[in-house]
Design a protein around this ligand. Structure first.
Ligand SMILES: NC(=O)c1ccc[n+]([C@@H]2O[C@H](COP(=O)([O-])OP(=O)(O)OC[C@H]3O[C@@H](n4cnc5c(N)ncnc54)[C@H](O)[C@@H]3O)[C@@H](O)[C@H]2O)c1
Ligand SMILES: [Zn+2]
Length: 359
């Protein structure tokens, strides 16, 4: 399957190239006249040296370890100095090779250096391939807050080669599957049921995985083309994220993002039924697949006081005493809901983390 997917954005259309198109596209970039500045995950550079040789042989290559600290504002002066030292100009191209951390770092630099330089992206994690590579967002950290600075800056082209998945740690594969589950849940019960039925085979059948990666991008495409700047319909992609972010913060990011989001979706479904918004039936329908995807993290300690402090400090909730989140309603449809952080809400959260998660 190598049909190009084209995304419309405020900067014009951009393409996701698959398979051979992605490989030959990257080779053409490396052989072309346009000066490139490559920013690459050092682990990916070491594991895929042959595949990436022409790009890594260029005159401007910045190898970074993919850590949250490295996409923090405090690190950016060194990146800027590197690019200035390599003579960056507005008509050059930044090329990101890695997962979401390298994407966010490169995208933020592309948005801000010289008031805007083009960038291209070769996503190497399943999460970046199936979800974050489209949608324009960059988010970087400050010392005190995750993802607090950001821009909407789409890449020029995305080179999506599933061969990079071969070397991923299994937990990073499940992290990507978490976002694929989210997108299919957003698309509706039939989409989720089809994926749930194929869930076990996904991990051993690359063609099947590619089909779901592509389908996840197609579903997301419709929302980001309609609401690129996340002012309305696109908010629904936050499903599992209000709870997931609080779980990540409470555990010092020991749980990979997409797995925390998987726990967060299960938690959203459970809490929704407990506060009388959604149904227990809906929670039970999704629970087995979601629980499989966070297997191994079902009893990872999540200190409740830290969880609660984090959810009340979320960008959207600060100082309101309430929590805004995406929850399933009585008909199972997902929508944005604001609910008081009252005893009913906090005890539902506590019950989920303490008991339900491990069942
Ligand atoms: N901008 C967005 O729209 C967006 C969306 C979601 C998440 N994010 C951000 O993305 C980050 C998480 O990104 P992620 O989960 O894609 O991965 P990551 O960049 O955090 O990388 C995860 C791990 O996988 C390794 N890795 C990457 N590719 C590999 C490969 N092919 N083989 C072996 N190892 C490989 C990395 O070295 C790292 O150890 C977070 O910082 C999150 O905030 C951004
Ligand atoms: Zn996410």
């Amino acid at each position: 399957m190598s049909d190009t997917l084209t995304i419309q954005s405020h900067k014009g259309p951009y393409d996701v190239l698959f398979g051979d198109d992605a490989r030959s596209g990257l080779a053409a970039l490396a052989a072309g006249d346009r000066p490139l500045h490559v920013i690459v995950d050092e682990r990916v550079a070491a594991l895929h040296t042959d595949r990436l040789a022409p790009l890594l042989a260029g005159p401007s290559v910045l190898r970074l370890e993919a850590t949250e600290t490295n996409k923090s504002l405090e690190k950016f002066p060194a990146y800027v100095d590197h690019l200035v030292g390599k003579g960056i100009r507005r008509d050059h191209l930044l090329v990101a090779i890695g997962g979401g951390i390298i994407q966010d770092t490169t995208c933020f630099l592309a948005a801000t250096m010289l008031r805007g330089v083009d960038w291209a992206f070769c996503p190497t994690t399943l999460l970046a391939q199936a979800d974050s590579c489209i949608g324009s967002k960059s988010s970087i950290n400050s010392a005190s807050a995750k993802n607090i600075l950001g821009t909407f800056t789409p890449p020029r082209t995305i080179y999506l080669d599933v061969a990079f998945q071969d070397t991923l740690d299994p937990r990073d594969v499940r992290s990507g599957v978490g976002e694929i589950l989210k997108v299919h849940a957003i698309d509706g019960p039939d989409s989720f049921a089809a994926l749930a039925a194929d869930y076990d085979r996904l991990f051993s059948e690359p063609d099947l995985m590619l089909r779901y990666v592509r389908r996840a991008l197609e579903i997301k495409k419709a929302y980001i083309e309609d609401d690129e700047f996340d002012r309305g319909p696109r908010n629904i992609f936050n499903y599992g994220h209000t709870f997931g972010h609080a779980i990540e913060a409470a555990t010092d990011f020991a749980i990979p993002h997409g797995i925390a989001v998987t726990i967060g979706m299960d938690m959203a479904n459970f809490v929704s039924s407990r506060i009388g918004h959604g149904t227990e039936d809906h929670f039970r329908r999704l629970h087995p697949t979601l629980a499989s995807n966070y297997d191994g993290f079902e009893s990872h300690p999540v200190p409740f006081d830290r969880f609660l402090a984090a959810i009340l400090k979320d960008k959207k909730n600060t100082g309101t005493g309430s929590v805004t989140m995406i929850l399933p309603g009585a008909d199972g449809r997902l929508a944005k809901v604001t609910h008081a952080a009252d005893d009913g809400f906090t005890s539902a959260c506590n019950t989920f983390l303490d008991e339900v998660r491990s069942q």
